[in-house]
Design a protein around this ligand. Sequence first.
Ligand SMILES: [Fe+2]
Ligand SMILES: [Fe+2]
Length: 347
Amino acid sequence: MVATGRRQGSVFGKSCRVDGRFVPNRDANAALCGRKVIGMEIAVNRSIETIEAMNQTATAHAAKPTGTSSLDDYINRAHHLVPAPAVLPQLLPLLNQPDVNTGRVVELISYSQTVTANVLRICNSAYYSRGTPIDSLAMAVSRIGFRQIYEIVVSVISAATLARPQKGYGVEGNEMWCHSVTSAIAAQIIAREAQLDEQVVFTAAILHDVGKIVLSVALEDRKEQVQKEMRNNLSPLELELKLLGVNHAEVGGRLLEKWKLPEHLCQPVRFHHNPAGANGHGKLAACLYLGNFVAYFMGNGFGQHALDLKGRDAALKLLDLSSDRLPQFMASTQEQFKKVKHMYNLN
Ligand SMILES: [Fe+2]
Ligand SMILES: [Fe+2]
């Protein structure tokens, strides 16, 4: 799909100049705190070499899983934690319509009081309202536009699922939500550059790690093994495969299928760590891969083990993008994430 180019003015989509500096990285790659874009580029490339070396070491530790279940077994056990977002499959097709029926959008969103209340709260934030109160969904859609409202709805729905601790991974607070939002902002910026559908990429990216919610439950039951493997520097992906026989990307893709979301969302989520495997959806998966990558290097990773990020060059090649652009993507993401943090009261 081709981008519509109608994203100016959205907090997730507005571009920024590349002259800022990044916050220190909380993860292992402290070298990424360069003040200038050129410094960030060097730091990114050096850290990638480090990560790839560590990945090779971690892979050597991997062993055959024991006592594992199927994807559906894990999903069924954790289904209460990940309710299907009923409105998404209905809103998504509207993205392809040139003249969206506002009444239909309002009807779909208003099924949930919580979603409605949160959408209105965000629409009345300083960023969107410009001082004029927005007191109904109809006013919000007509003033802000369907595509921006769509993104807000996706964010509100996913926050309900993602903004919780994932104890199986040793992750507390809203770290997963911050990671998901940062990844989604970055993936969207990259999608715009690659002329892909920004809202589709944003949706897939914000949900890309949803499989971790499912597997967190299973990993919690293996706490001691998890701690031991993490001390051995296994990445989350390798740890899941070793202990459970599946990984969160496969589980997430399957979960989205069960939610009746279209293949162009399910496949990129399933292959967000291996875009080349996403048959026919490699470019969308590459946006997720790189969005995830940017989030890690900005310090919004997921836990301490940001080591499953090999394959950057293959993802860039799929999108016909140069690695020279990565520091700029990071700077733009950082700028937009500041606004989103303020809007969603993230700290
Ligand atoms: Fe992931
Ligand atoms: Fe991720």
